[in-house]
Design a binder for this molecule. Structure first.
Ligand SMILES: Cc1ncc(COP(=O)(O)O)c(C=O)c1O
Length: 443
């Protein structure tokens, strides 16, 4: 597979042209990488009005992911999510429907701000089976909600932060049976296209999907995709680029674009790129389970331990691992999450295993994390975001209306969202996650 962006930038760097354009470093290496950090010079194409090398590279990605259209983001899945909400709003307007989305409550905070600002009405589905970080919903509950609410789309996060993958095929079937789109935040699952046959949401019927390439592929931070699925109406293919451009910087990073471009070649040349790592992760999971660790989730490249049954807080395990030179992705009182990729070596696995094997189990800690509090809406979300606001101590927040887009527990998952009235369950939840102050609407 060709790498049009990388090749162009390499040739430009070799040409030793006098750079009388941005960026100000002029290709001089002061920090590292500046030589290849260019802007939209002649021939470099324009992201979101792509007709040249970027279009060619995005078409390579489209073919690899098997989408109707794959577009690049140099500003993470966050940008893709903003574009998705914009598309939902404009699609609803163009089809004379209410811009309403049913969303699983463990959505990332960007979804909350993006839907509020785009004027998309969100009907939340809550789970009482797990902590705030996950959201297990029966298909029958989802189907009833679709029938009652008549939304344009359903929005789910899969995989979630802890590594649970939803049954996207069944979700898509339910949605499509009722003429509803399925949108998947697959920020953590770009690699599923290549690690597990048919496990990417696009293969399972999702209509719009965002992937953070930087989270699981060997790509630079900020690299991401917006995919339009083959099942989505043509409206999305035709309007996705414009939706991204509305929210994006006009100075995309060509380092990030090269990183995305380069991955197309890497995965074409090495189709089994993730296989060995997936095997090593599976082996480590089995070893940890045999030591009585509670291993949760079903993601092939992520290991999450629910640590309390082993006698430790997640943060304690994370700091023991850190003492052993291993830095994890995430830890709170309940969980520690480790993310692996083919760029991790055998030695990385060995160091992780030996640090965890050395830990002696202790008496279980019996406290459990709270469920998502169910909160009443006191004000439309967008009104709450723009209302005059003030900071109050959580202990004084009962009955107040939240102004900030979300108050989130550590991996940016909302405890409360803008416009909601804080109740006792929310206060308990804030306290559990050590949140001391929140931004509320001024009275
Ligand atoms: C589930 C989920 N969705 C979206 C995002 C935003 O992704 P990005 O950091 O690529 O903008 C994150 C970030 O951690 C996330 O965990």
């Amino acid at each position: 597979m060709n790498t049009p962006i990388t090749t162009f930038v390499k040739n430009y760097a070799l040409s030793s042209s006098v750079r009388l354009h941005m960026p100000g470093h002029k290709g001089v290496s002061l920090f590292g990488g500046e030589l290849y950090d260019i802007t939209e010079v002649d021939g470099a194409d324009v992201l979101y009005s792509a007709k040249g090398i970027i279009l060619e590279s995005e078409m390579n990605a489209t073919a690899l992911f098997g989408s109707a259209k794959t577009l690049y983001s140099t500003e993470g899945s966050s940008l893709s999510i903003r574009a998705m909400m914009h598309l939902v709003k404009t699609y609803a307007l163009s089809t004379n429907r209410d811009a309403k989305v049913i969303a699983y409550r463990n959505a990332h905070k960007t979804f909350v701000s993006a839907s509020a600002l785009a004027g998309v009405d969100v009907k939340w589905l809550y789970s009482t089976e797990n902590s705030i970080l996950s959201c297990k919903i029966d298909l029958s509950t989802l189907e009833s909600a679709i029938i009652n609410e008549n939304p344009v789309a359903v929005y789910v996060t899969s995989p979630d932060y802890l590594g649970h993958i939803e049954d996207v095929k069944s979700l898509a079937d339910v949605c499509h049976r009722h003429g509803v789109l399925l949108l998947v935040d697959n920020a953590h699952g770009a690699y599923l296209k290549f690690a597990k046959d048919g496990a990417h949401p696009l293969d399972l019927g999702a209509d719009l999907v965002c992937d953070s390439a930087h989270k699981t592929l060997p790509c630079l931070t900020g690299s991401a995709y917006l995919h339009v699925g083959k099942t989505a109406p043509d409206f999305f293919k035709d309007n996705a680029e414009n939706a991204l451009s509305l929210y994006a910087s006009t100075s995309p990073s060509y380092l990030i674009l090269q990183s995305l471009d380069n991955f197309n070649k890497l995965i074409t040349d090495t189709t089994s790129y993730f296989d060995n790592t997936a095997r090593l992760v599976e082996g480590l999971k089995a070893k940890l389970a045999s030591l009585n660790y509670d291993v949760v989730g079903n993601e092939p490249l992520k290991i999450t331990l629910a640590t309390k049954s082993f006698g430790y807080l997640g943060g304690e395990v994370a700091s023991i691992l850190k003492d052993g030179g291993v830095v994890v992705e995430f830890a709170d009182d309940d969980y520690v999450t480790m993310m692996f990729s083919p760029c991790n070596t055998h030695l990385d696995f060995e160091r992780t295993e030996s640090a965890l094997t050395a830990l002696a189990p202790k008496k279980s800690i019996l406290t459990t994390p709270p469920h998502s509090p169910i909160l009443k809406q006191g004000m439309p979300p967008k009104e709450a975001i723009f209302a005059p606001c003030e900071s109050v101590a959580v202990k004084d927040s009962l009955g107040r209306i939240l102004s900030s887009p979300t108050v989130s527990c550590p991996p940016a998952i909302p405890v409360a969202v803008c416009g909601e009235i804080i109740n006792e369950d929310a206060v308990k939840c804030f306290e559990y996650y050590h949140i001391n102050t929140i931004l509320v609407v001024k009275e």
